[in-house]
Design a protein. Structure first.
Length: 179
């Protein structure tokens, strides 16, 4: 689950099956009652129909947790990002960062750093489109040491400078699920 829309879809599927939840968060659900094999299969099918997947293995669950923590920090935090992602992930997930990074790369085919950069660039696009902040303010908000650093990373990913992207009439953004 990478968005509020995903959480709503999960809540809908749980309700259809008469299952009560304690919480539904990005990538996690805690259900009040024991779930039968039959209901689990129905939930799995319902989620697949909504484009979601029920995960059973620990490695996939860990990868989803990593992705959801990053997405939450980049897209859903209003204050400035001033944390070291590797320390934050290690602390949040109770694992050594090297272990997390190796698992992530093995499953995703990309590094955690590239995943973070891709999401930061999408968030920067969003902030540019909104037009409420200038590039200096965006750099500060997104935790960049300078506008030059933001601009170089943005250009490396998109092929455009932030100012050129701002001038485009057809500003292309990618849905979070596709990053």
């Amino acid at each position: 689950m990478v968005s509020n829309r995903c959480k709503l879809a999960v809540k809908d599927e749980l309700k259809k099956l008469g299952l009560h939840y304690i919480f539904v968060d990005l990538g996690e659900v805690e259900i009040m009652e024991k779930i039968t094999f039959e209901k689990r299969e129905l939930l799995k099918q319902g989620l697949l129909h909504s484009g979601l997947e029920l995960m059973d293995d620990n490695k996939s669950i860990m990868i989803e947790k990593i992705k959801n923590i990053i997405i939450d920090m980049v897209h859903h935090t209003e204050e400035s990002i001033k944390i070291n992602f590797s320390d934050f992930l290690s602390e949040k997930l109770n694992h050594n960062y090297t272990y997390l990074a190796n698992q992530f790369s093995e499953v995703q085919g990309t590094t955690i750093e590239h995943f973070i950069i891709a999401h930061k660039v999408e968030r920067i696009k969003e902030l540019i489109i909104y037009g409420e902040l200038n590039v200096t303010e965006i750099a500060w908000k997104m935790g960049y040491s300078s506008v030059a650093h933001l601009s170089s990373q943005f250009k490396k990913v998109t092929g455009l400078s932030p100012s050129h992207f701002k001038q485009l009439k057809d500003k292309r953004r990618n849905p979070i699920e596709d990053i």
